[in-house]
Design a protein around this ligand. Sequence first.
Ligand code: GLC
Length: 572
Amino acid sequence: MKTGIQRSALIWTLTVCFFANTWGQDSTQKKWWKESVVYQIYPRSFKDSDGDGIGDLKGIISELDYIQRLGVNVVWLNPIYSSPNDDNGYDVSDYRNIMKDFGTMADFDSLIKGMHARGIKLVMDLVVNHSSDEHEWFKQSRSSRTNPYRNYYHWWNAERGKPAPRYSLFDVNHDAWRYDSLTNAYYLHYFSRKQPDLNWENPRLRQEVYDIMKFWADKGIDGFRLDAFQYVSKDTTFPQFPVGYENKFWLYYAMGPHLHDYLKEMNREVLSKYDVMSVAEGAGNSFDDAHALVDADRKELNMAYAFDGVDVAKKEGYSLLHFKEVFSRWDSAFAQNGWLSIFLSNHDQARLVSRFGNDSPAFRNPSAKMLATFIMTMRGTPYYYNGDELGMTNIGFKKIEEYRDMSMLNEYQHQKDLHADTIAFLKEKSFDSRDNGRTPFQWNKERNAGFTTGTPWIEVNPNFKTINVETEEADPNSVLIYFRKLVLLRKSEPTLVYGKYELLDKENPDVYSYTRSEKGHQILVMLNFTSHEAMARTGLDLTGKKLLIGNYATPSRSGRLRPYEAAVWEMQ
Ligand code: GLC
């Protein structure tokens, strides 16, 4: 018979073991945001309801049935708050209001109601590394050195001399310190001059942000995507960085001294009080950084959104071996703890199929489907950017006048100031510029692809007559129809969500093969990333196995894959 002390020691040991076990395995813990498929909408380019050439909330509302039919159950909306639109909404002038171009708060309320009625959750972009210079806080802050809002931003009085250099991603001369004669001081802006950085070291500012988050969470939203958040904490003594730091500025900007304190505070004050998902843009500079942001016991964020994968194809051409290596490395680093986002495109990237697949008429369809198969069968929450479900392609602007993205226009000016080769610059940008992913959504064959009755704010891709929702709805072989089937598969197969990932045939330069397995159930994925036939050497026998999905009408059991073939097999 056990004594009371022995019994409580036993209970204690069992409790510790139980928690150690769950702490050690948070990647298998069930959560709705792990089982979701996220669809990202760039509101400016999705659907215009009033003919001003700019997409809006009523436009999205009119297409909620389309979104529901995709099968996705979370929508991430790029910023819709009041903004002078220096950076298409990433410069917020009022966090509690809707941008005029996009509509009203009543529209927002209808939008969220319509989404929830269809079982779709809404994630909002939270842009709080910086605000717009037209935000009331900044107007106050710059008005005098003693204004109560002065410390909402980073100011450096000019009589101290010029502060140590800081690189600006978007400024025309990349100088992140902007002199303001009104108070004879410099303010900091990591992005454009119209995006002054907020001072997170100020507890009042932090409370303001938490109040804003509560305002939206109380309206019923289901999550936050924290824009550029890894940069918020700064060493406000602004020390000198080593020569050449600007080529690796992220190593100096990300994961500042108090970042985790702020995230823990935000979690305590807001995130833990609502059933919301949270994801920050970027995942630091190492696996340790990424884990420190998202492991469950950290009580900070839910999932990491790391750029290593999407960065594999920065320029034209990339190696599949490198691609496999990056995704496999990230997966194994997150096999026990933490959770990843899986994506290959967003509003800051060129189009998925142009970048990672093959957008020529012969291969656009199979390669877009193959890439979708990859994203939907990896471990981690899939993020799909609007238009990629149609296989929309890069527009490849040739002339600077065609561009709208402020960061592109400023960089072009910068290159000109340096007397650099602007022709080479334009050539590179026609492939990788952000505007490639921002051209209007292609709904039908009508004028402006059915996006607007007015003049679109950015040119419509001339290929809209063949690539559009209406045409693809009617074609059983379209990328759109395949995408829907794939989403259904993802949602009905827990193994695709939680199952262990194992890379097969690692050295194969053409084919990416892997298994996902859980509780005796195994799924095999084989993807030919080339425009020629290629042999998958998985060592697995496909005789008698069931094809769950594939992008060719007849499955091939030999392991010989046709150009861009994707095949997903149930093995046991
Ligand atoms: C993020 C956004 C990008 C924006 C920048 C500044 O990187 O994704 O679109 O320009 O932050 O807010």
